[in-house]
Design a protein around this ligand. Structure first.
Ligand code: 5GP
Length: 114
C-alpha cells in the first residue's frame, strides 16, 4: 500500500485545511498556492482514481457529483462562472495523483486559457 495522498491526509485531518464544502463522496478545499482570485480544489474522498480519465471510466456518477460540487462552490465563492481544470499527467503539471479538479474563478475573462 502506498502512502495516503496529501488530499486523503487533509480529509482525515492529518494535514490542516478547512473543508469548505462536501457531499457524500466529494469535498472541496482552497488551493494552498492560488493561481486565480478564487482557486478551489474539488476532490473525491476516495483516492482510487489517479486522474479524470480513470474517474470517468471507473465511476461516472462520482465525476458527475464532483462537477456538481464544483458548480456549487463556484456559485458560493465567486459569481458562478468558473474554469474547471484537471491536470492529467506529470507533463501537464499534475503533481498529486489523486484526481482533483481546480475550480478557477474571478476576473478570468481576459485570454482564452489563462
Ligand atoms: P496538480 O498540480 O496535481 O494539478 O494540483 C495539485 C494542487 O494541490 C496544487 O495546485 C497545489 O497548490 C495544491 N496543494 C498541494 N498541497 C496542498 C496542501 O497541503 N493543501 C492545499 N490546500 N493544497 C495543496
Amino acid at each position: 500500500m502506498s502512502e495516503p495522498s496529501v488530499f486523503t491526509r487533509i480529509l482525515t485531518g492529518e494535514i490542516p485545511s478547512e473543508i469548505i464544502a462536501e457531499t457524500e463522496n466529494v469535498f472541496a478545499i482552497r488551493d494552498i498556492a492560488p493561481q486565480a482570485p478564487v482557486h478551489l480544489l474539488v476532490i473525491p474522498k476516495t483516492e482510487r482514481y489517479r486522474n479524470v480519465v480513470e474517474l470517468a471510466a471507473g465511476d461516472p456518477d462520482l465525476l458527475t457529483e464532483l462537477v456538481g460540487l464544483a458548480n456549487a462552490v463556484a456559485a458560493e465563492h465567486a459569481d458562478g462562472d468558473f474554469r474547471l481544470v484537471f491536470n492529467t499527467g506529470a507533463g501537464a503539471g499534475q503533481t498529486v495523483f489523486h484526481v482533483h479538479a481546480h475550480v478557477l474563478a474571478g476576473n478570468l475573462a481576459e485570454g482564452s486559457l489563462g
